[in-house]
Design a protein. Structure first.
Length: 157
């Protein structure tokens, strides 16, 4: 796994519509992702709309992402959550199910679905990826969303 956030795409003055679908489970860490993601979206795409939808847990994220994608009123959807490993395989199964469902939504609806539902070993990893500025996955997700909307705009012209 990379220890650095990808470079910033160019600031874009096109008005975009972004939706963040975020888990309330492990809220402390997810709130860090939301904060960094929103801040970066506003910096890279000023004037864009950022809508936040909260769901109970990571497993519920794909259903809401699918509903948002089906309305075709959003340029990119960012899924945000934190899954911490326990002593069973539950976290592994959950992470795989969420990953597969998010990818399917992107393929079905042709909208970028940015996967920032993190499967992490422990709280130390969560703190680093959700709170730190150096390798924040919320920042990375925002940059990916902006870049993907730019790429798709070029392809659709």
């Amino acid at each position: 796994m990379s220890h650095l956030v990808p470079p910033k795409p160019r600031r874009n003055h096109v008005r975009r519509r972004f939706a963040l679908v975020a888990s309330r489970f492990n809220a402390r860490y997810v709130d860090g992702l939301i904060s960094h993601c929103t801040k970066e979206l506003r910096a890279l795409s000023p004037g864009s709309t950022v809508r936040l939808l909260r769901v109970p847990g990571a497993f519920e994220i794909p259903l809401v992402v699918r509903q948002v994608a089906a309305k075709r009123k959003t340029d990119a959807i960012i899924a945000l959550g934190v899954i911490l490993q326990g002593k069973t395989l539950h976290a592994e199964h959950l992470g795989l199910a969420v990953t597969n469902a998010l990818q399917q939504v992107a393929f079905e609806h042709g909208v970028p679905v940015i996967h920032a539902v993190l499967s992490l070993k422990n709280e130390s990893q969560a703190k680093k990826r959700c709170f730190d500025d150096e390798m924040n996955r919320g920042t990375e997700a925002a940059r990916t969303a902006v870049e993907m909307t730019n790429v798709l705009d070029k392809l659709r012209k």
